[in-house]
Design a protein around this ligand. Structure first.
Ligand code: SIN
Length: 330
């Protein structure tokens, strides 16, 4: 068989660029702090890898943002492009380059909305592309291995050789290249010398209990704004002023209506009594209030007679998204 025909038979991996430090550039190679995220194009990131012959890659720049500025428009565009490429029979998997700061939110959202049966692998870097020893190229190469793995499925996050699941992955370090953790569950697996070693199941569609994902995705793509859900913390000396101020927004003109509140409680989702009184008042006023925990490990165990519901096993930021999607569904 001629070389070109053989190459054509390889499945395609599509790499979607959204920005982040992986595509960041600093004025000096030893500067790992004062750089601009989202400078290098995804096409350049891919071409600089120098891949083995026979691997068919396409790249597409969906956005070029610092992920701290992630917004609904970028998420909607990303969902549309992922949906388009996943439907292609010649595509075996997708890689998305993304900033580390909100990658866990995007991963959770994409799994909840798309529940893909092919791998959709988010990857990132803690050092800009211009660094003396950037971590992005290895992370991208590992993500490409996973996207071509014949059994992999679901939304996955790859960083520093580890494969994390969308419900558990959390950024836990401000600076180190191995910046992510998967809590009690641990990573799904690792990528070692281009081989995937898996320890627990791939994320399954509908694992968050939603069966009609297509309907939910259509509703999400039609949104002009996510239902407004704010995030608060309980802490020593907490009070109810912030909650009462937010409730005031629903009386006044201008601010989007407050639909939900997530509170990151202490320990097992416990709340300072002054804050809890205000939150119960908010619940009575029609705002959905959900408890999560400030703790990095464990889940909130509900108890009989709890005044406020809890979000099983999700971090505060993911609880915020889960609640917004729930409220979107009505
Ligand atoms: C970002 O999240 O876009 C910037 C930080 C990073 O990618 O590490």
């Amino acid at each position: 068989m001629p070389q070109t025909e053989q190459a054509q038979e390889q499945p395609v991996v599509v790499v979607l660029g959204t920005g982040g430090t992986i595509s960041g550039r600093a004025a000096r190679a030893d500067d790992l702090v004062s750089y601009a995220a989202g400078e290098v194009s995804v096409a350049d990131l891919v071409s600089e890898l120098g891949l083995q012959p026979g691997v068919r890659l396409e790249s597409e720049q969906v956005a070029q943002v610092d992920s701290k500025d992630m917004d609904l428009r970028v998420w909607q565009r990303l969902c549309e492009r992922i949906r388009y490429h996943l439907a292609r029979t010649d595509v075996c998997g997708l890689v998305i380059t993304h900033g580390t700061d909100t990658i866990e939110e995007t991963a959770y959202l994409l799994q909840a909305l798309l529940g893909p049966t092919k791998p959709v692998v988010l990857t990132c870097a803690m050092r800009p592309a211009s660094a003396l020893a950037p971590d992005g190229p290895q992370n991208l190469a590992d993500a490409l291995v996973l996207a071509r793995h014949h059994q992999a499925q679901g939304v996955l996050v790859v960083c520093a050789g580890k494969i994390h699941g969308p419900a558990e992955v959390t950024k836990v370090h401000t600076y180190r290249t191995d910046a992510f953790d998967s809590g009690d569950a641990g990573p799904i697996g690792v990528i070692e010398h281009g081989q995937v070693r898996r320890w627990r199941p791939w994320p399954l569609p509908g694992s968050d209990g939603v069966t009609d994902q297509r309907h939910r995705l259509a509703a999400f793509l039609a949104l002009s704004a996510l239902p407004r859900v704010e995030l608060l913390f309980s802490h020593a000396c907490a009070d109810g002023f912030l909650v009462r101020g937010l409730l005031g927004d629903n009386q006044g003109l201008g601010a989007p209506r407050l639909c939900g509140l997530v509170v990151a409680g202490t320990g097992n989702g416990s709340l300072h009594r002054s804050l809890q009184d205000a939150l119960v008042q908010a619940q009575r006023a029609g705002v959905r209030v959900v408890r999560s925990s400030r703790c990095a490990y464990g889940r909130v165990q509900p108890a009989e007679g709890d005044a406020l519901e809890s979000m099983a096993g999700l971090s505060p930021v993911k609880s915020r998204l889960a609640l917004a999607l729930d409220l979107m569904a009505g």
